[in-house]
Design a protein around this ligand. Structure first.
Ligand SMILES: *Cc1c(COP(=O)(O)O)cnc(C)c1O
Length: 345
């Protein structure tokens, strides 16, 4: 597959902005920097951040078992997703395929970029409908978004299903792995070499507990990463974010322990929900949240609000009639949720 043939022609021709730190890279602390119009008085934050985030990428590449040139970082996954739209989709002409119910940002970004969406709903098991997806695809369908584990359904897509789509879809396949650290499935990052059209999206917002710093990650071939690098804003990852991410990644044991705790709580909450009489269906979860069908989602949502518990009402999503989404909290928070649910009439 020729990736360049999928890229928008104006992006191929684009001359990227060259920042001061791009033009002079042989950075040594001893040098006198009079090139970027910075304030010279040292505060730890008076200098522009590293536009390529080299230290952070080196650390992430060892954790994710890839090369640093296979990583692009964004101001949250949302920026990474927006860059992918802008690299591959010609406004008013190209299309993307979405599989509802899924993460709402894909559609928002498509609309923002004036890209038509083709929606192929997941089947009743919340799995992709492969033949319908391939039937709907034509040469203007540039991107297929697969969210696995999927938000809000919490399940992962079958590996055979994903593999067939990776092999047969003629455009870019984005696999959004925001919840991969809670999943029994392996990340597709180990299989990147087999699929030149694959972009994996991860984030520090969920398992790594850093939603506040906004750090999203794309993992793909060096070829795709270099295309995205051409169009990213020069200093899109600020100094504080790079520093907090590095600090967090120094001690992964804390992260691993929290993931274990959350997964254990997931089992406990899922099991206790069996004893709530207005719960109609509990969906299995490969993520840090649970989708539950109740008798009347609007009523139960409001009753929880009245008890100062905020969950997500997903009843309007296709295939999610009367469904609520519960994030797994601390043990105390989950116990509070379960106690309140039991008390509702
Ligand atoms: C939470 C979430 C993200 C993370 O977005 P950030 O912008 O990195 O915080 C990405 N994809 C899905 C499906 C999510 O649910």
């Amino acid at each position: 597959m020729n990736i360049n043939s999928l890229v928008r022609p104006n992006i191929i021709q684009l001359k990227p902005y060259a920042s001061a730190r791009d033009e002079f890279k042989d950075f040594k602390k001893s040098m006198t920097f009079l090139d970027a119009n910075e304030n010279p008085f040292e505060t730890g934050l008076n200098r522009y951040p590293d536009p390529q985030q080299s230290a952070l990428k080196i650390r992430l590449s060892s954790i994710k078992d890839c090369n640093a040139n296979q990583l692009l970082l964004g101001n949250g996954s949302d920026e990474v997703l927006d860059l992918i739209f802008r690299a591959f989709c010609e406004p008013g002409k190209d299309k993307v395929i979405l599989l509802p119910p899924t993460y709402g940002m894909y559609e928002v970004l498509a609309n923002l970029n004036n890209i038509e969406t083709i929606k192929i709903p997941l089947n009743t098991d919340f799995q992709p409908n492969v033949s319908d997806i391939l039937k709907a695809s034509n040469s203007n369908c540039k991107i297929l978004f697969l969210c696995s584990p999927n938000n809000p359904t919490a399940n992962s897509f079958g590996a055979e299903v994903i593999e067939e789509l990776l092999l047969k879809f003629k455009g870019i396949v984005v696999i959004d792995e925001a919840y991969i650290d809670f999943s029994e499935q392996e990340s597709w990052s180990s299989r990147l070499a087999e699929f030149p059209n694959l972009i994996i999206i991860q984030t520090l917002s969920k398992a790594f507990g850093l939603a506040g710093i906004r750090l999203g990650i794309a993992i793909a071939s060096p070829e795709i990463i270099s295309i995205l690098n051409r169009i990213k804003p020069p200093y899109n990852i600020n100094q504080l974010t790079q520093q907090s991410a590095l600090n967090k990644l120094e001690n992964l044991e804390i992260v691993t322990n929290q993931i274990e705790l959350i997964k254990n709580e997931r089992i406990r909450v899922l099991s206790a929900l069996q004893n709530i009489d207005f719960v109609r269906k509990r969906y299995s979860s490969d993520a840090n949240f649970i989708l539950v069908q109740v008798d009347d989602a609007n009523k139960r949502y409001q009753q929880l609000i009245d008890k100062e518990i905020v969950v997500r009402n997903r009843t309007k999503e296709p295939g999610c009639n009367n469904c609520l989404r519960f994030t797994i909290g601390t043990s105390e928070e989950n116990t509070k949720l379960l106690t309140v649910l039991k008390s509702l009439t």
